[in-house]
Write a protein that binds this ligand. Sequence first.
Ligand SMILES: Cc1cc2nc3c(=O)[nH]c(=O)nc-3n(C[C@H](O)[C@H](O)[C@H](O)COP(=O)(O)O)c2cc1C
Length: 186
Amino acid sequence: MKKILVINGSPSGKKGNCARFISSLPKLNAAKLSVVHLANESYSSAFKKEIAKADGFVFVTGTYWDSWGSPLQKLLEDMTDLEGTEAIMGKPAAVFVLMHSVGGKGVLSRLQGVLSTFGCLIPPMSGMVYSLVSDIALSKKNSHAADFWQKEDAELILLNLIKASEIKIDWADWPVDKKDPRRLWL
Ligand SMILES: Cc1cc2nc3c(=O)[nH]c(=O)nc-3n(C[C@H](O)[C@H](O)[C@H](O)COP(=O)(O)O)c2cc1C
């Protein structure tokens, strides 16, 4: 069974919409999902171990002024030393972005870009945006519905993530200055 680490980047942690979305994710026989709500968790060595043990990642965030949640930004900054390491390299990442109405696709694409740069594998059809606008639109029968991202798409995204976690490739990694990415240069 694959170990999937679900990372909730919402500032509202366990009490927000992202947490509700995570609770609604389908249970799949092939994977065990464990959830970290970044707003309620610090970047500890135990958390680093969870990252290292995972076969794949699911990132969930709302859209906040056109960007991902501040706890997720903090995590990306904190885990900079994991770039290109065994803990990350080639592990697939799925991304779910929530929003009210605008900005979420930009968040999805940029986050997938950052995760790829970190060393994650971005499988095909492994990310979606779900909005309040869609939620309202989908509450009525609509011939365009198939063209909207829907909560049900989460299942195929997780299935693609699990399939991608089977891929074993000895990826080449670029040299990164791991000594101190924060040191002064000016
Ligand atoms: C401070 C703040 C900024 C937001 N900015 C946007 C935005 O730019 N675009 C949008 O469509 N929704 C925006 N939203 C709505 C959230 O993305 C949406 O409600 C999301 O589901 C929040 O998840 P959460 O409750 O887990 O934080 C914003 C919400 C908050 C609280």
